[in-house]
Design a protein around this ligand. Structure first.
Ligand code: ARG
Length: 589
């Protein structure tokens, strides 16, 4: 059993012994500082407050009833009533060895068994197809993908939904432009090679030529009413745009596939019913020809209710209408228990409105949990939103190419001994890993500063540091000439684990805290907690490595075996942790 869970049970039992009512929790957590023990139970303090008792007295009562025989060597009361627990080395060593036996493999650490699995929809990436993906989509894609991986690891059924923007008025203009370019013999792939400049051309054309503008407007109507010619043009446009984003997903090592695309156009037919259901329930009312839901819940300072337009006066539907249909689909058809949206903080009001309207209108089951998980803006080193030197938006494809180029230079300098092919592979993993990790290790809700130098550094809380730590642990096995797997004559892990000092103790504590950390991130969607965990684990390993010889001749075989188990667990945990963040590891770098 997980240590925190075990200690929670033990402390809670002691609380019962001290007559603390059942609903007051023990609150065991890993101690923030070594002098506060390995774990801390903070529940006594809160319980005393509730019960109007003296906290130190209550803590003493609880400790008197606390039976940690074979688990802790020392329990102390600190400050106003914290209970500090110091575990025995033997208990930790046994737990670490059990973990080793559970994971016993050459590869990644294995997940804990999960009893409760939910169906979770994760809406992420979701770019608009009219233009090429830009850095604004990077955060949603990276964070959403890490969360999808983490939830799956814990045994949940994850349904990825790439809610691509492939519908709307701008598509009239785009297909009209495509038609003209194809008319002069252009191939669609070539015409759309650079979506960004294609969009600019179409826009310039639209603004300058009123005949073209009229055609563009009529094409929107035709497209939305199912005209075959317009639909074919649109499909060509979409296919090529999707291929662009596919290339980025592969380059980014993101798990999204074309099967996860469930775009705005997929809800086209459902929109009529959404609006009429809102009308029937008197939730939507006509306002200057448009259909609008007014929400008192989000009234402004002047007490004006917040309007959600679901149909324009010309009959057209909006972003909000589609999102309502999507939510209904996710509840009714996908049977989601939890729906998570990884979208820019600037869409917070939109999401609140959608959630509220969907609940009021009964579009979703009552027991469904809805979460908008916003994130801040990516800033350049000048402290302003990340842009090109000339102030344009940076294309994601270009940014990723630059990341790999920079990593290539770095790797050539650090390890000139690698073959060309190895160098390319390492640079790819380091460059992409650095970009992703730099994003994931910051508190999601804050804006963050994009800096090549700090993300590519081999020191500090960065991807290269962790990838290097992993490669370094793996090199120990190559030097030792040992193999994984129990049947081999060079196998290890047959002996128990021994803890001879602080370094091994701290490493055990770190290794045993992985599942908890992952469970925490699955709850609150703050992946930086996992990043900090991995950084601490790597640091605990480095201290162990400096203090505990492994392969030296005078190390007795049992101790060598024990220490190799620590190495295997560390490698497997680093690899799994990075993998959950969507970052690849390599054997040498
Ligand atoms: N396409 C939108 C944009 O680029 C994001 C869509 C997010 N998902 C959603 N269900 N609204 O702003």
């Amino acid at each position: 059993m997980d240590i925190v869970e075990l200690l929670n049970q033990k402390v809670r039992l002691a609380m019962t012994g001290a007559s603390v009512p059942d609903h007051l929790p023990a609150r065991v957590a890993v101690s923030t500082q070594a002098e506060f023990g390995d774990f801390q139970a903070n529940g006594a303090l809160a319980a005393a407050k509730q019960l109007g008792q003296n906290p130190r007295q209550l803590a003493t009562d609880i400790v008197d009833h606390l039976d940690l025989e074979g688990i802790a060597e020392r329990v102390e009361i600190a400050g106003p009533g914290f209970i500090n627990i110091h575990l025995t080395n033997q208990f930790l060593a046994t737990a670490a060895h059990e973990l080793y036996e559970h994971c016993q493999t050459n590869g990644m650490r294995k997940p804990v068994a999960q009893t409760q699995t939910e169906t979770i929809v994760v809406d992420y990436s979701s770019p608009n197809l009219a233009k090429e993906m830009h850095v604004g989509h990077l955060r949603s894609t990276i964070i959403g993908d890490a969360m999808a991986r983490i939830l799956e690891y814990l045994g949940h059924r994850v349904i990825r939904q790439n809610h691509m923007g492939d519908w709307g008025t701008q598509f009239g203009m785009l297909i009209a432009e495509l038609e003209e370019q194809l008319g002069v013999g252009e191939q669609p792939e070539l015409a759309l090679k650079d979506l960004e400049s294609f969009y600019q051309q179409a826009k310039a054309h639209f603004d300058a030529d009123s005949e073209f503008a009229d055609k563009a407007r009529s094409y929107v109507v035709k497209l939305q009413s199912g005209d075959a010619h317009c639909h074919t043009l649109w499909q060509q446009f979409i296919d090529i745009s999707v291929a662009h984003s596919e290339a980025i997903y592969r380059q980014l090592n993101v798990t999204l596939t074309t099967e996860d695309i469930y775009p705005e156009s997929a809800y086209n037919e459902a929109l009529v019913d959404i609006v009429s259901a809102l009308k029937d329930q008197d939730l939507a009312v006509e306002d200057q020809g448009a259909m609008v839901v007014f929400l008192d819940e989000f009234a402004d300072k002047k007490d004006q209710p917040s309007p959600v337009i679901v149909q324009k006066s010309d009959g057209g539907y909006l972003y909000a209408t589609t999102d309502l249909a999507a939510l209904k689909y996710r509840s009714d058809q996908l049977n989601a228990h939890r729906v998570m949206y990884f979208i820019d903080a600037r869409q917070s009001l939109h999401m609140k409105q959608i959630f509220t309207v969907a609940r009021k209108a009964g579009f979703i089951r009552d027991d469904i949990t809805l979460e908008h998980l916003p994130f801040g803006t990516m800033m350049g080193e000048d402290g302003k939103p990340f842009k090109t030197r000339s102030g344009g938006t940076i294309k994601l494809a270009d940014l990723l190419i630059e990341a790999v180029e920079k990593a290539t230079l770095l790797i050539q300098e650090k390890n000139p001994g690698l073959t060309n092919k190895e160098q390319q592979d390492v640079a790819q993993k380091v460059g992409i890993g650095a970009v992703k990790y730099a994003d994931l290790c910051k508190t999601r809700t804050n804006d963050y500063l994009f800096s090549w130098d700090s993300m590519l550094s081999f020191e500090g809380n960065t991807a290269p540091y962790l990838q290097y730590a992993y490669a370094r642990v793996r090199s120990i096995f190559r030097r030792a000439g040992v193999n994984f797997g129990a049947d081999d004559q060079n196998a290890f892990g047959r002996h128990s684990i021994t803890i001879t000092g602080e370094a091994e103790k701290n490493l055990s504590l770190a290794l045993l805290d992985f599942d908890n950390t992952v469970i925490q991130v699955a709850k609150d969607s703050f992946p930086h907690t996992l990043c900090n965990y991995l950084y601490n684990l790597a640091s605990a390993f480095m201290t162990f490595y400096e203090n505990c010889p492994i392969l030296k001749d005078d190390v007795p075989p049992e101790l060598r075996d024990s220490r190799l188990q620590f190495c295997a667990l560390t490698a497997g945990t680093l690899q799994q942790g990075l993998h959950l963040l969507g970052i690849e590891t390599m054997e040498r770098m």
